[in-house]
Design a protein around this ligand. Structure first.
Ligand SMILES: NC(=O)c1ccc[n+]([C@@H]2O[C@H](COP(=O)([O-])OP(=O)(O)OC[C@H]3O[C@@H](n4cnc5c(N)ncnc54)[C@H](OP(=O)(O)O)[C@@H]3O)[C@@H](O)[C@H]2O)c1
Length: 379
């Protein structure tokens, strides 16, 4: 969708990730951003329009939908930790409150604004989810359950609002550097980074953002067996080697092996993994995003198969980065997606190189992989 000229509402926009969402939307050309806040006086950004909105107050939600009737992008960001509820003892109050804000609050705002978005041409609904949507968290079980519920809601909304042309985007992240995660010293990405990735996904009509490496790994691990030796994905407790993900009930319709997954989701997931591995200078991991027999044409002689791809990326300079935008996509068959991209390869010691890139992404046994990669130099 076009962010330029859009009108957005962000809930919980007075601080943290919500504030960064509002800022990113303004910076990408939104004409107006309503900054939902329980206390509008706490909204300090001069470029946004404060709007009183406690997402658990049904009257305030209804009033917001009436006042902000021009909205084309809704970002359900408001959330709390609910960490006072322990897994094996004590009261459930914190967990109930997390359900109220994160899950029912998102649901209430989505319901109230669905007709507004429909009236305004479809637009987009963004739900701020978490790595914890997919991974049970012994340290904050109520939060994770609320985020899992919110993910399920997001998936239902994606299907239900397709007909009215609303793009529904789920944003998953591990720890983000805000007050919510101030209790832990675990590695964190910035709120601005989450917001920037989300705005790019909106611009590219992608339905999912996996904002960091831990989150991408957690999603990949959903298809792994449930044995105690399975790779850990719980970022909260790095000493617990017995932790594993329960995938027995997984009904994730965006699973990478699902041939009905949406074209944008398939392409975005593969390309995000490719980009993360390129940016991290991990040649074997880049090669692992390709099929065994992939035909690869970079800016040097072509190669076939993963080893040639690993060698190619191993020869690239440290600090190489790849920023892509999707220009065209086609669903060629259930198991075959074509993507035509613009890619800017950044270097530390020379100007950025812009290329166009065609990729064929194919579903084989256990997931989606690039089977043909063809770069065209633009100058
Ligand atoms: N930080 C992380 O590590 C992380 C990781 C993944 C996902 N997330 C998700 O990202 C979202 C934003 O989190 P954050 O890290 O930015 O947290 P934060 O810094 O604690 O900010 C939370 C925001 O939500 C608002 N809020 C709380 N209850 C509300 C309610 N009932 N109605 C309206 N607004 C309410 C807060 O308003 P007040 O100022 O009035 O309290 C605040 O603006 C949440 O959904 C969170 O689950 C966070």
């Amino acid at each position: 969708m076009d962010i330029e000229g859009s009108v957005a509402l962000v809930t919980g926009a007075n601080r943290g990730i919500g504030r960064a969402f509002a800022r990113a939307l303004i910076e990408h050309g939104a004409a107006k951003v309503y900054a939902g806040a329980r206390d509008p006086a706490k909204v300090v950004d001069q470029d946004v329009t404060p709007l009183r909105l406690d997402v658990t107050d049904h009257q305030q939600v209804a009033d917001a939908a009436a006042v902000a009737g021009d909205v084309t992008v809704v970002v359900n960001n408001a959330g709390i930790g609910g960490a006072s509820t322990k897994l094996l003892e004590g009261p459930f109050d914190g967990a109930r409150r997390a359900m109220d804000v994160n899950y029912f609050g998102t649901w209430a705002v989505s319901r109230a604004f669905a007709p507004v978005l429909a009236r305004n041409g479809g637009g987009a609904l963004v739900n701020m989810l978490s790595l914890a949507s997919w991974v049970g968290q012994p340290l904050f079980p109520g939060y994770a359950a609320a985020k899992a519920a919110q993910w399920s809601l997001t998936d239902a909304l994606r299907k239900a609002l397709r007909e009215q042309g609303t793009l529904v985007v789920g944003v998953h992240a591990g720890f983000v550097d805000t007050e919510l995660s101030a209790w832990t010293d675990a590695p964190k990405i910035s709120a601005a980074e989450v917001a920037e990735q989300t705005v790019r996904a909106l611009a590219d009509d992608r339905v999912e953002v996996l904002a960091d490496e831990e989150t991408r790994k957690a999603k990949d691990a959903l298809s792994l067996p449930l044995d105690p030796g399975a790779p850990k994905t719980d970022t909260t407790d790095t000493d617990d080697t017995t932790d594993a993900i329960d995938t027995t009930d997984a009904t994730d319709t965006t699973n990478t092996t699902d041939t009905t997954a949406e074209t944008g989701t398939v392409l975005g997931a593969v390309l995000d993994r490719w980009k993360a591995a390129v940016d991290g200078h991990r040649p074997q991991e880049v090669a692992a995003q390709f099929t065994e027999d992939a035909v690869f044409q970079g800016l040097h002689p072509y190669s076939v198969g993963r080893q040639g791809i690993a060698d190619y990326y191993a020869s690239q300079p440290l600090g190489l980065t790849a920023d892509y935008r999707v220009l065209e996509t086609r669903r060629l068959a259930d198991d075959l997606v074509f993507g035509y991209l613009g890619v800017d390869f950044g270097f530390t010691d020379r100007p950025t190189l812009g290329v166009n890139l065609g990729v064929l992404v194919r579903c084989v046994d256990d997931g989606w992989y690039i089977s043909h990669y063809q770069v065209s130099r633009l100058d």
